[in-house]
Design a protein around this ligand. Structure first.
Ligand code: NAP
Length: 269
């Protein structure tokens, strides 16, 4: 009998996780299947208990369930600190993890970029930014967090031992950074002409990671190319956060290239 995995969220119909994980299961010849389920915050407890009772291997959680899950599953120390769970494993109970931050770190590593000792300017202080900020700090990066709502930047920076600022000094901050990470939704479809920074305020040696992956090449990444600086797109973060969930569930090395191709093909359509 096949082991079932899934992603719970609302809305969920556009999730790329099913095709990414099913491609991985197929590549490794695992008797597993991954599906998307529409689950509301009010139904999350029932859905998780039901999935566990039905023998699911594990689930991913996405908007708007990641924070609510903390009340239901047993989170590991990192997920508890971040305040959000994106991966639940049903082996021996209901363990919660957050693989978003490691996804961003591995997306950079994939391009040969290490964060240890680097000055990283993280723009945004929402859910994804929280996960990335904790992991960056853990990996030994020097983190500055810039956010439209400055209080959120200051508060998150306080948690991870960084500096929190508003967006008004972004130009100067970028000049003083090795890596710029956009973890806001700026530039996401349909507002594809928006960007947090233009080529003019980028400097040689800067690397830009945009975690937005729809469109594949955001305006920010176009600007990075125009400035001839390193550009890393959000697909690799999506792939690596999924890959880490896959590793937690199956104990097997995830087939990264297979997962990446599945996502890129779907985004081209
Ligand atoms: P979120 O919790 O809603 O946070 C949104 C962030 O964007 C906040 O910091 C918000 O600032 C900022 N923001 C929104 N509109 C802005 C604007 N016009 N100008 C400046 N800042 C603005 O969302 P999230 O879950 O962190 O997701 C953020 C983005 O990351 C989404 O596009 C999502 O698709 C993407 N994402 C990608 C991956 C991946 O694997 N590649 C994983 C997770 C998320 P305020 O605090 O001031 O509102």
């Amino acid at each position: 009998m096949k082991t079932i995995y899934g992603v719970f969220g609302d809305p969920i119909e556009h999730s790329l996780s099913p095709l990414m994980h099913n491609a991985a299961f197929q590549a490794l010849g695992l008797e597993c299947e991954y599906h998307a389920f529409r689950v509301t915050r009010d139904n999350l407890r029932d859905a998780l208990v039901g999935a566990a009772a039905l023998g699911f291997g594990g689930v991913n959680l996405t908007i708007p369930l990641k924070e609510k899950a903390l009340e239901i599953v047993e989170p590991d120390a990192l997920a508890r600190k971040i305040g959000a769970v994106n991966t639940v494993d049903f082996k021996g109970g209901m363990r919660g993890y957050n693989t978003d931050g490691i996804g961003a770190i591995l997306a950079l590593k994939d391009k040969g970029i290490e964060v240890r000792g680097k000055k990283v300017l993280l723009v945004g202080a929402g859910g994804a930014a929280r996960a990335i900020a904790y992991k960056l700090a853990w990996e030994g990066a020097r983190v500055t967090i810039a956010n439209r709502t400055i209080q959120k930047a200051v508060s998150l920076a306080g948690e991870v031992g960084g500096i929190g600022v508003g967006l008004d000094l972004l130009g100067e901050l970028i000049q003083d950074s090795d890596i710029l990470v956009n973890s806001t939704s700026v530039g996401m479809f349909p507002k594809v002409n928006e960007t947090i920074a233009t080529a003019e305020i980028m400097h040689p040696g800067l690397v830009v990671l945009d975690i937005v992956y729809n469109p594949l090449e955001t305006k920010l990444l176009q600007e990075a190319k125009r400035a001839s600086v390193g550009a890393v797109d959000g697909v690799m973060m999506l792939v690596y956060q999924g890959a880490e969930a896959f590793r937690i569930w199956t104990g097997q090395n995830p087939p990264i290239k297979v997962m990446e191709s599945a996502v890129r093909e779907a985004l081209k359509r």
